[in-house]
Design a protein around this ligand. Structure first.
Ligand code: NAD
Ligand code: UFG
Length: 338
């Protein structure tokens, strides 16, 4: 049983990870500045799990506040989720992304050193592969950056490797997520994009509630079986479970690793839409639109390393992802026939 601090703890993936950690008997401390999350998330987590979570409202760039938090609640390790994550915004405001993601991470690590916390799990992204030469992608595939958000992830991965190599961190796991979707099956926590969603699944669910008239399919002339982009969608509860196993692994051993977290299955935009229609009985009107600049054609993970090292494998399928994403969005929209 360990005590773990989650930076960005009220966010989408962290809140689900908090549930997975508690289910495995761990204690969780949440730290967030609520820049991109709702203030009642800790209370919803309390109702969902029956546990009270200490909540520290702080910015990861505030070394004193974060050090104080780790001294008040001594932890065995940190899972570092806090970041900005919108690709378009990163290109529009590079300094903001360098500051929040890279400077923020350096400040967090300073606080960890001051509090002598030396075990880390880090939220990386499959975006570090850019457009890969082929899929499934193994962890030793070349990394390529095609936007500033992706670059911040690569810089942070390198920083973590250097800290592990020089003994500043005893152990570290960089987890390269593919495309997280869905929500906890209770529909008590989920993803809350602000404004118009950038990502496919939240957009589909908002079309299903009637908040948006149709889905724009960004390109149907890609070199894929049906012409639309292919991704490896992973249920956020599977992802959450992987974090619990990763944190147990890095607490038990002085090791460092970089692993893919995906299902290994590539799914096109149209396949996801059809799966959603099947799972929910809702029709999604489509509009074929031009390609979105910067999008890659296709990628999906080879998740064998996560299975070999962590004993983790995704269990939930695309129907589960669609059902749970829909339950969450329907509940928020006040639709009760789900
Ligand atoms: P999210 O925005 O829901 O969660 C991030 C949380 O961090 C938010 O609650 C936000 O308020 C908080 N935060 C941001 N800046 C902060 C700061 N300076 N100090 C303290 N708190 C701060 O995002 P998410 O989807 O849960 O993503 C979590 C992590 O996973 C991020 O690092 C993201 O880059 C990475 N990731 C996400 C995806 C995805 O598709 N969701 C894919 C790959 C990687
Ligand atoms: N798409 C549409 N219409 C939309 C939204 C998306 O057709 O309204 C298409 C895209 O063109 C792409 C696919 O749906 O082919 C998936 O797009 P997402 O925006 O959901 O996901 P991406 O793979 O483009 O990017 C996401 C995150 C990145 C992260 C990456 C890998 O946005 O931050 O996954 O984890 F880096």
């Amino acid at each position: 049983m360990a005590r773990i601090l989650l930076t960005g703890g009220a966010g989408y993936i962290a809140s689900h990870t908090a549930v997975a950690l508690v289910e495995r008997g761990h204690h969780v401390v949440l730290l967030d500045n609520f820049a991109n999350s709702e203030r009642d998330v800790p209370d919803r987590l309390r109702r969902l799990t029956g546990k009270l979570f200490p909540v520290i409202e702080a910015d990861i760039r505030d070394v004193k506040a974060v050090t104080d938090a780790m001294q008040a609640f001594p932890v065995d390790g940190v899972i570092h989720f806090a970041a900005l994550k919108a690709v378009g915004e990163s290109e529009a405001d590079p300094l903001l992304y360098y500051d929040m993601n890279i400077v923020g991470t350096i400040r967090l690590f300073e606080a960890m050193q001051q509090a002598n916390v030396r075990r880390l799990v880090f939220s990386s992204s499959a975006t570090v592969y850019g457009q890969p030469d082929h899929s499934p992608i193994l962890e030793d595939a070349p990394t390529r950056v095609n936007n500033i958000y992706g670059r911040t992830k690569l810089v942070m991965e390198d920083l973590i490797r250097d800290l592990a190599r020089t003994g500043k961190l005893l152990s570290a796991a960089s987890l390269r997520y593919f495309n997280p979707v869905g929500a906890h099956p209770s529909a008590m926590i989920g993803e809350t994009p602000s404004g118009v969603p950038n990502n496919l699944m939240p957009y589909i669910t908002q079309v299903a509630t009637g908040e948006r008239p149709h889905l724009n399919v960004f390109g149907n002339d890609y070199d894929t079986p049906d012409g639309t982009g292919v991704r490896d969608y992973i249920h956020v509860m599977d992802l959450a479970h992987a974090h619990a196993l990763a944190v147990e692994h890095i607490i038990a051993q002085d090791v460092s690793l970089t692993v893919n977290l995906g299902t290994g299955v590539g799914i096109s935009v149209l396949e996801l839409v059809h799966a959603f229609e099947r799972a929910t009985g809702r029709k999604i009107p489509l509009n074929i639109a031009p390609r979105r600049p910067g999008d890659v054609t296709s990628y999906y993970a080879n998740p064998a390393m996560a299975e070999a090292i962590l004993g983790w494998k995704a269990k939930l399928n695309v129907d589960d992802m669609c059902r749970d994403a829909w339950r969450w969005q329907a509940k928020r929209a006040g639709i009760n026939d789900v």
